[in-house]
Write a protein that binds this ligand. Structure first.
Ligand code: ZN
Length: 406
């Protein structure tokens, strides 16, 4: 039973979607000298609102504490993400005809990984980014950036200066905002008449269908179906007129919104079809969400069964990857070095560190070839194909089997 209220409609939160126990913040990797210090754990309990069906975490700490610069993430370090950004920019220009007289605003613009491609086309941009050091990296790329959290106040300040947006976008920010209504109300204020909003976020339908409960972590406050996100936007005078499925983050949506009073941009068949698909999957019924809680517990038992069998048979197990989702899974299941000897990760920032909570050490991928474990458990399941290929060398010594539990 929660003491919280729905961040959208204010109803009391009474229904559990997934209770993952107590967990450290997922990206709080530890150095060796931190292993003997106390480590903060917070409840990781997702609820579904019985009234509006928004899946959400209770707020448990101020966002400043989570999103401090220590955890700053530079988007430009990922090639596939840059490619995704460039394709998006080309598509928006082609479809909506943005040109040097247009104005593009990105919320949570990070290091300018996306806006730089509008700058290349001489289209004026503004990034809004709360983290000062990533904003500085954006400015170096020539991307004008305001260091602020976005909401009604920031939107009003910009609108008062005549800086309303023809295109207002945000990738992987909607799910992360604690005050959802203030955020969406701010977008309504900042959008020019006739302007377009696009937002990308992981799709709850995919999370539920594919049992991706390990994508639940503290930084991620809301988990949207298309049905609920449409309700949220409608309440603030915005209409969703198109939607595209994306493969990012295990399955995301890109939604397109306009002012409710805007007669341009007719509602596409994709909108009608997705609403029908979600109703077909019973996402409009509370019971569907109640069932998910049991699926999560079944997965925990399956993983433990696999690990117990492996260890009783005298086998060794290593983990591939140290993503945030791996930390959710391992902490929820209580799996430490008693089951998993070590993890490997390609990121040099993680090598030599320890996983939060479980204190499993992280090595370079080559460590696998030196130690030849009996099992390799893949934690970032969304990259499974890629990793199986990279690790194809392990087949040459015959022993190691690749395991993915879902
Ligand atoms: Zn609600």
């Amino acid at each position: 039973m929660s003491f919280g209220k729905c961040r959208f409609c204010d109803s009391p939160l009474e229904h559990t979607f997934a209770d993952l126990g107590m967990s450290p913040v997922s990206n709080a990797f530890l150095k060796r000298e931190q292993l003997n210090l106390k480590e903060p754990f917070y409840p990781l309990h997702a609820y579904v609102c019985g009234a509006c069906l928004l899946v959400q975490l209770e707020q448990f700490e101020s966002p400043d504490a989570i999103f401090n610069d220590e955890y700053a993430y530079f988007s430009s370090f990922s090639d596939s993400w840059l490619k995704h950004a460039k394709e998006y920019v080309d598509e928006m220009i082609r479809r909506f005809g943005f040109d040097p007289s247009s104005f593009v605003v990105e919320i949570a613009s990070n290091d300018g990984y996306l806006l730089q491609y509008f700058v290349e086309k001489k289209i004026p941009v503004l990034g809004v980014e709360p983290s000062a050091n990533v904003a500085e990296a954006a400015r170096k790329k020539g991307v004008d950036t305001l260091v602020k959290f976005f909401g009604v106040n920031t939107a009003k300040e910009l609108a008062a200066k005549g800086r309303k947006a023809d295109l207002l976008l945000g990738n992987n920010v909607l799910a992360h905002v604690p005050d959802l209504n203030d955020f969406v109300a701010g977008m309504k204020i900042l959008l020019k008449p006739g302007g377009v909003i696009t937002m990308e976020f992981p799709h709850l339908l995919r999370l539920m269908r594919e049992n991706q409960f390990d994508t639940i972590y503290h930084e991620h406050f809301s988990y949207f179906s298309f049905l609920t996100v449409e309700k949220v936007f409608a309440r603030h005078g915005l209409t969703l007129f198109d939607v595209q499925p994306l493969s990012t983050h295990g399955g995301s949506l890109r939604i397109f919104a306009k002012h409710a009073e805007d007669r341009s941009n007719a509602i596409t068949n994709a909108v009608i079809a997705l609403l029908a698909e979600e109703r077909g999957a019973n996402l409009d019924k509370l019971a569907t969400y109640d069932e998910f809680a049991e699926k999560v517990r079944i997965t925990k038992r399956k993983l433990l069964q696999f690990l117990i069998q492996a260890k009783e048979g005298g086998k060794s197990v290593a983990a591939y990857g140290a993503p945030a989702k791996g930390n959710t899974l391992l902490n929820y299941c209580g799996v430490r070095t008693d089951f998993i000897d070590y993890a490997v990760d390609r990121s040099p920032h993680k090598q030599g560190m320890f996983l939060p909570g479980t204190h499993i050490p992280i090595f370079k991928p080559e460590h696998i070839f030196e130690t030849k474990p009996d099992y390799l458990l893949i934690l970032p399941w969304n990259l499974k194909e890629e990793i199986v290929q990279q690790m194809s060398g392990i087949r040459t010594w015959g022993g190691t089997e690749v395991a993915v539990i879902a």
